[in-house]
Design a binder for this molecule. Structure first.
Ligand code: PHE
Ligand code: ZN
Length: 850
């Protein structure tokens, strides 16, 4: 791998820091091209280690002066930091450095976005602000002074003195440097307040650029709900006098949990009915909750080192999913999470980028903020909770907060609290943290004299660096249905711990139909030989919403694969099952919409690979189109009725019920646009008073090939709203025909509103490009070339976002030799770029190595 090898960092090499930090005083004198950062840091030798090597991280800093206990020193400085002679006793380090936030396009460290100063320090960005032991096991109390003429100046903790040209902040809670934050700019606030259950008043603010103040109310409400929920469900109270959220337009990720000063991508906070879709509202609520929940799971208890990232992220994703399930529909949240998990995490686990939930090595930690660490990390916690039960889970969490408050903890610490509360040995369970790859579980059934036996076999395919796997503990929730559709065995949890294991059910009157992996009780691939009659039966009768949906999904996949591989016609029985689902008025409309959605193109490609076939992305695309035409034709009357029945009267509300109705109506609209040339969609477009309806109508018009006028009108209406224009860019790429996708992307990059400097805009175009499988993988190779050209350009500006986008190529080994050769050429061209970032070099290296 290109000059990144020598830099690999291993979990097994962890060593505690030589010096600890008691307190830090920082002064920022802000200027776009030359900000001065003065630091005064009180160090003490770490009694827990013999090492006295003093090293401070620092990158891209101009060192102006340094002293130890008031005596000027001349440290030895490299690209990565400095070393210096220091006493083997407590001492005070002082330094002054100069940085240029206006030239920081990587959006890591201190940077500028639309005239405002802001920071992003996770994971290792603080070292671009000043010299410091930038590692999460060094926790300190920070005091910050900001000097500038800007009206609003914020940092972590509680406000201190402020006056003309300065503001001071003090954070009483010791924290690692990655949670440091600073914001300064011409901002306006949407205020609020919350009284904690012990009676403490907390001032809340959502800070935005002038003009956006009307889009803050939903975020504020979400924050209050999150604060209340964490008190009620986890017993966690907020611990400062103030909680600030700031919206920033240029941001690499969704949001960041800096202590008391969360910084958000504006896409993850600004909301209004006119500009945000139902999906946006739900995502904003979830991200506000996620960042808020980090205050306990991440900040009060942080990670010892970056290998433990899943300790905070897996748990916090799990908590935000519980929150969303409580605020909205639990089954719909579970099903959509599983779709997302399969689409992103299984895909990752199945290719060259597979890594354990707790990785054992990395070159660049930014490359490990992955679906595996986050979403599989959350699934692992869900399994743990299922295995020990809700009560023991609550007790274990209570102990976790009590025992580790103020600690930089590890996965071992986490598992130990469960072992101590339950007496269970979790050593086998721990394999979920150390082994990569998605386990495959096959199941056979036997029926004899009233006894029903299920035999499971588990195996996990090899992943990079892990050729052989040991059996894991897999909780499998099972229920049984009788021939008439009644449940004869309610949900029970089987614990699969062996490579092969059988479970029996006695005393049954007739051979049952099994409902296996209820609630998606483990992140595994279930291989079950069964027929479509049984799937249709489960879709009609299963009491478990996940398995009910899953039966429909398996049916759809099977039918589509037969069309693809055997040239079959759209299956009548499948269309009949969809018709029955549409007719069932007892079902949540959001659930019905999920049943009507077909498996993704990527999902079908993977299913073909699993069957030993080489997928053809264009053929897959064509088959899905054909099936949708068939659905529209067969279900036309019912779809029209559903569309009419699910119009939501009155002003727009973002709640789950209203959103569910719109989801079904708009699913119907999309299909109906295949029948009426877009007439109904045009009516909806012309009368829409909210973005959900407007965007769905535009999308349906594009499906009908009748969207040109509406696209122009949309652009004219929304040209000044960045977030809405991101949707306009994305939608065109998503709807482009396979042979025209690369040209569409190229055309959009020439649009005056396209910019590489804004990650949201870049992702709106190139993220959508990577998602358009048939377009990106078009056999011309144009997609690969274009993506490579732009990743090479972007790498010079923003390595982190470039590296993330490289995952577009991660499935390359599944395709034919011609496509593989074209992709290899693209990857090697990126790799050959002079001064390629460490981030991108690691990603391309891992993908090519496969
Ligand atoms: N820690 C953030 C979260 O999970 C994600 C993040 C990582 C943001 C790195 C920025 C940089 O909420
Ligand atoms: Zn997080």
């Amino acid at each position: 791998m290109k000059d990144v090898d020598g830099r690999t960092i291993y979990l097994k090499d962890y060593a505690p820091p030589a010096y600890l930090v008691e307190r830090v005083d920082l002064t920022f004198v802000l200027a776009p091209e030359a900000t001065r950062v003065k630091s005064r840091i009180r160090f003490t030798p770490n009694p827990g280690t013999a090492s006295r090597d003093f090293f401070l991280h620092g990158e891209e800093l101009k060192l102006v002066s340094a002293s130890v206990d008031g005596q000027a020193v001349t440290p030895a400085v490299t690209d990565e930091g400095l070393t210096c002679e220091v006493p083997d006793a407590p001492f005070t380090w002082e330094a002054e450095v100069e940085i240029a936030p206006a030239r920081n396009t990587a959006l890591e460290g201190l940077y500028m976005s639309n005239g405002m100063y802001c920071t992003q320090c996770e994971a290792e960005g603080f070292r671009k602000i000043t010299y410091y032991p930038d590692r999460p096991d060094v926790m300190a109390v920070f005091t910050v002074r900001i000097e500038s003429e800007l009206p609003v100046m914020l940092s972590n903790g509680n406000p201190g003195a402020s006056g003309a040209g300065f503001a001071e902040w003090h954070d009483p809670w010791p924290k690692p440097a990655y949670l440091f934050a600073l914001v300064a700019g011409e901002l306006v606030n949407h205020p609020g307040s919350f009284t904690t259950r012990s009676g403490k008043d907390v001032e809340l603010n959502v800070w935005v650029r002038p003009g956006d103040e009307g889009k803050c109310a939903f975020a504020m409400e979400s924050l209050k709900k999150s604060m209340k929920w964490d008190e009620e469900v986890y017993g966690r109270e907020y611990d400062l006098d103030i909680f600030n959220i700031v919206a920033v337009d240029d941001f690499n990720m969704g949001a960041m949990e800096n202590k008391g000063l969360n910084i958000f991508n504006s896409a993850a906070v600004l909301a209004s009915p006119e500009t945000s879709t139902d999906a946006n509202f739900e995502r904003i609520e979830a991200i506000i909750a996620h960042e808020y929940f980090h205050n306990w799971t991440g900040n009060r208890i942080t990670c010892r080192d970056w290998f433990q990232l899943c300790l905070k992220e897996g748990l916090t994703v799990f908590r935000d999913a519980q929150f969303t399930a409580d605020m909205r529909s639990e089954p719909v949240k579970r099903i959509t999470d599983v779709i997302d998990l399969r689409g992103r995490q299984f895909r990752e686990d199945n290719g060259p980028l597979a890594h354990p939930v707790r990785p054992e090595s990395f070159v660049e930690i930014n490359n490990f903020y992955t679906a595996t660490v986050y979403e599989k990390g959350a699934e692992v916690i869900g399994m743990l909770k299922r295995l020990v039960g809700d009560e023991a889970y609550a007790k274990a969490l209570e102990l976790y907060f009590e025992r580790h408050d103020g600690d930089a903890a590890t996965i071992e610490d986490w598992l130990k609290v469960f072992e101590d509360t339950t007496g269970r040995d979790l050593s086998q369970f721990k394999r979920w943290y150390s082994q990569a790859g998605t386990p495959r579980v096959s199941v056979d059934e036997a029926w004899k004299d009233g006894t029903y036996t299920l035999t499971f076999r588990q195996s996990t395919p090899p992943t990079p660096g892990q050729p052989v796997k040991d059996p894991r503990v897999i909780p499998i929730a099972v229920g049984l249905l009788g021939p008439n559709g009644d449940e004869v065995q309610e949900t029970t949890l089987l614990e699969l711990t062996e490579a092969e294991q059988s479970f029996t059910f006695e005393g049954l009157a007739a051979k049952p139909v099994p409902s296996i992996l209820r609630g998606f009780s483990a992140p595994v691939i279930l291989d079950r030989e069964t027929d479509n009659a049984e799937r249709a039966f489960l879709l009609a009768h299963d009491t478990d919403p996940f398995c009910k949906w899953e039966a429909g999904r398996a049916l759809a996949r099977d039918v589509l694969l037969r069309m693809l591989n055997e040239g079959a016609a759209p299956d009548k029985a499948f269309l009949g099952a969809l018709s029955s689902t549409l007719a069932d008025e007892s079902l949540d409309p959001a659930f019905v919409a999920l049943v009507l959605a077909l498996p993704s193109e990527d999902d079908l490609a993977q299913a073909q690979v699993d069957a030993g076939l080489v997928p053809d992305p264009q053929a897959i695309h064509a088959v899905r189109e054909r099936m949708r035409d068939a659905m529209a034709e067969a279900l036309e009357d019912q779809l029209r009725a559903a569309y009419a029945a699910h119009q939501v009267p009155g002003p727009y509300r973002p709640d789950a019920d209203a959103a569910a109705s719109r989801a079904l109506a708009n699913t119907a609209l999309m299909l109906l646009s295949r029948r009426d040339g877009g007439a109904l969609a045009q009516t909806q477009y012309d009368t829409a008073d909210n973005m959900t309806q407007q965007l769905a109508a535009l999308s349906a018009l594009l499906t009908a090939g009748a969207g040109e006028e509406a696209l122009k009108a949309f652009e004219a209406q929304w040209k000044d709203d960045r977030l809405v224009m991101d949707k306009w860019f994305s939608l065109q790429v998503a709807h482009a025909e396979p042979g025209d996708t690369a040209a569409t992307v190229e055309r959009l990059t020439r649009h005056p509103a396209f910019t590489m400097k804004n990650p949201n805009r870049f992702r709106a175009v190139f993220g959508a490009f990577a998602m358009n499988q048939a377009g990106f993988h078009h056999d011309s190779g144009d997609g690969y070339r274009l993506m490579a050209d732009w990743l090479i350009e972007l790498d010079a500006l923003n390595p982190q976002t470039t590296a993330r986008m490289c995952s577009a190529f991660q499935t390359w080994r599944r395709y034919d030799a011609d496509r593989q050769a074209l992709i290899r050429e693209a990857l090697e061209r990126i790799m050959a770029k002079k001064d390629l970032s460490r981030d991108t070099a690691e990603m391309i290296g891992r993908i090519l190595d496969a």
